[in-house]
Design a protein around this ligand. Sequence first.
Ligand SMILES: *[C@@H]1O[C@H](CO)[C@@H](O)[C@H](O)[C@H]1NC(C)=O
Ligand SMILES: *[C@@H]1O[C@H](CO)[C@@H](O)[C@H](O)[C@H]1NC(C)=O
Length: 262
Amino acid sequence: MFLNLLLLLFCFINYSGTTPIPVPGTKGGNATLSCEFEDHEISDIVLSRLSKKILVCQNDECKSENGRVFKKGKCDIMLMHLKFSDAGKYILRVYHNNDQTEVLEYQLLIQDEISVKIDEKVKLHVLLTNADKVEHQTINRTEWTELWKRGVEVQNDRLTVSDETLTILHFTVNDTGKYRVLDSEGEILITVTVTVTGSKGKLDTDEDKTNESWIIVFFVIGALLVLLVLIISAVIYQRRRMNPERQHRNTEHEPVPMQDIQ
Ligand SMILES: *[C@@H]1O[C@H](CO)[C@@H](O)[C@H](O)[C@H]1NC(C)=O
Ligand SMILES: *[C@@H]1O[C@H](CO)[C@@H](O)[C@H](O)[C@H]1NC(C)=O
């Protein structure tokens, strides 16, 4: 009886409370949305994000929207290879065998650290659909300065915005520190700590690096294909020269090529 009352109270708090459970994660790492009902009989669990179901489990049989979301244990959810776009609110519905339903709300915060070179262009791929504001905090300071706000034109001429990317041109020491991205409710989505490196700096974020390596891969494949075509052409040319009779015999069964008419 007491336990049921407690559960009811818990339910009430979760339904009415607007503060989600904060879950920190590192870009590229894993995060676990912990479920507190391990010792109850659970039939189904449903994880939703932006009113879309991303994981549905019925009696331990799970269907996930992508290969990066798993159920761990009875109802914990693990998210793997975190990306900035994973940041935000998650709602977990846990259906018990006794027809009770629990609702848990999480806020996944993605953290990243990058090192850049002075006077370079620094790209932050953080202006995601749920992003509302980007703020900057200089090292050893406490106040946050607003850099970008959805729907408001950027005033700073060293900043440009395109394709969900905030670019800082000519990075200076004063630009180092923390950058945080907030959603429309003021909840933190992403925190990026930017430091300066001496000689070798990681200039852009990882996405740019993968883009570059893909371009190289395409170039190599293209070059190999051209080489292959050249070799095949050379072989065909050689065989035609060495074997004119066979070529002739073959053409008896095939339509006569144009060159032969002329
Ligand atoms: C994430 O979880 C997977 C599977 O458990 C593990 O193989 C991997 O090492 C983890 N990654 C990190 C960064 O902890
Ligand atoms: C920040 O403070 C630490 C010690 O509190 C100091 O060593 C460091 O130089 C300061 N950094 C800047 C950029 O002022």
